[in-house]
Design a protein around this ligand. Structure first.
Ligand code: PLP
Length: 393
């Protein structure tokens, strides 16, 4: 008899986006004439940059001709793409060797498999509320999760607790769902904590492009010592609108050694075994997205999302509701009014204003009583949502 992975039974049924989608479907069915304002799901809405589209066309033409046709891609990424990523960091003064960069189909894919580098007995610290993959991938692998609670008292940016016992820690800054972002000094405390204990940080940089505050690092490698303790997982999904196109990368520094073994070499071994590389077309698209021209074009989209964030945070300030995010992040995270619980406020917003958001409790118990708005909606919907919020609260 085949024995299944027993740890899948530890997973809770995730009904967060399922319930949200069901509600939206029912509203569309029952009230087709009403304007629904969708600020729930964290997916981009603006199209790809013209430079990216042109690169995709050119790459398709390459595949049509004998002399430029490409077969299997190198498992770790094409040199031009790794160089494009290294240049992207270098322009901000962060030095990464292209050999330390592994091209992926996006952060989600690598978050799903990076745990394979680590033994089951490692305890995994997760800052909560959290992006669900950090917890679920480790539950599937049979690891123990240690929750590090975020809350209003620490601005949802907890620093390493003195009694924290863990060998791995997930950090996401700017954070999904709270939009909070660690300053350089705060993140340095986590780096020092990890180096003092030979722990490893898995740093999720999916939202780095939204950072405007110079005190907030865009990569963990801006901090001294991070190359000895951190793996960075990044993506073009939100930076350049690639959620449906797919491209990202993971950086594993050569200096990251545990138990006298190079994690970089282990990841090379993992990728060359478990991957046949990322599509040539997407790597050409990614190269164009990271070119100065591509970044300038997608930067205009980021400005639209930032303006949405400002509309929402202005409304919250008028209403006097405490919030985080919106400044260096495309999420606004705020306390539900009148002491409401997340799902009650979700129903209230739908009934009274036809606004769809995300209850914070869907990201872990620390999120109860808080609520997330995404800034990736249309400006018209975002303005109307801010207007309706002020009317009903
Ligand atoms: N990490 C965080 C914090 C995210 O919010 C997301 C997607 O929303 C991802 C990773 C996955 O991104 P990708 O589209 O690159 O798989």
């Amino acid at each position: 008899m085949t024995h299944i992975n027993p740890y899948y039974s530890r997973l809770k049924t995730s009904y967060l986006f399922y319930r949200i989608n069901q509600t939206v479907d029912a509203l569309r069915r029952d009230h087709p004439q009403e304007r629904l304002l969708l600020l729930g799901v964290g997916d981009v809405t603006l199209p790809l940059a013209p430079a990216v589209i042109a690169a995709l066309h050119r790459a398709a033409e390459d595949q049509a001709k004998q002399e430029s046709f490409q077969g299997y891609m190198p498992e770790l990424g094409k040199d031009f793409m790794k160089q494009a990523v290294a240049d992207y960091y270098a322009r901000r003064g962060t030095k990464l060797d292209p050999a330390e960069i592994f091209i992926s189909y996006g952060a989600g894919d690598d978050l799903g498999v990076i745990g394979g580098l680590f033994a089951q007995e490692n305890r995994v610290a997760v800052i909560e509320p959290a992006y669900p993959a950090y917890v679920d991938t480790n539950l599937m692998a049979g690891r123990t999760i240690v929750s590090v609670p975020g809350g209003e008292d620490n601005g949802f940016l907890p620093l390493p607790p003195e009694d924290l016992e863990a060998e791995l820690v997930y950090l996401c800054s700017p954070n999904n769902p709270t939009g909070a972002a660690y300053t350089r000094a705060q993140l340095q405390q986590w780096v020092d904590w990890a180096n003092a204990r030979d722990a490893v940080i898995l740093f999720d940089a999916a939202y780095e492009a939204f950072i405007t505050d110079p005190a907030v690092p865009r990569s963990i490698y801006e901090l001294p010592g991070a190359e000895r303790c951190a793996i960075e997982i990044a993506s073009l999904s939100k930076t350049a609108g690639f959620t449906g196109t797919r491209l990202g990368w993971t950086a594993v520094p050569q200096a990251l050694i545990r138990e006298e073994t190079s994690l970089h070499d282990m990841w090379v071994r993992n990728r060359t075994t478990c991957s046949n590389g990322v599509s040539y077309l997407l790597q050409r698209a990614g190269e164009a997205a990271l070119s100065p021209e591509g970044l300038a074009q997608s930067g205009k989209n980021l400005q639209v999302y930032r303006a949405n964030a400002k509309i929402l945070t202005d409304a919250l300030e008028v209403l006097g509701l405490p919030y985080t995010g919106g400044k260096n992040a495309p999420y606004v995270w705020f306390r539900c009014p009148k002491g409401m619980q997340g799902w009650d406020f979700f129903d209230f917003l739908i009934d009274r204003a036809r606004i769809v958001g995300t209850p914070g409790v869907g990201f872990g118990p620390c999120g109860e009583g808080w609520f997330r708005f995404s800034c990736f909606g249309t400006p018209a919907d975002t303005r109307e949502a801010a207007h309706r919020l002020r009317e009903i609260l």
